[in-house]
Ligand binder design. Sequence first.
Ligand SMILES: [Zn+2]
Length: 97
Amino acid sequence: MRFKVLMAAIRKQWIAERTRCQSCGMPVIYDKKYRPGSPYCSYCHDGESFVKEMGLAEMRERVRGLLEARKAPPLIRFYMHWRLATLRRWRKSPGLR
Ligand SMILES: [Zn+2]
């Protein structure tokens, strides 16, 4: 039974990790207005363009503030700081956007 619970938790994390918004890093399963097929959540992208033009530094500030408000552990904050740079919107090659 414990094993099943653990596997369900790992599976959920795995799905969350694979479905992160490619701009802010939020798992889109938490986005109630998410448009299926979009690489971005509804807070970042309205289907036509990004809701707000910003750089990676500004996004990091924003996410840091959100995680702080949710009292996320330091490890998670550190992880997201690093993880943001790997997302499609912030990768160096503009051709991948
Ligand atoms: Zn987003």
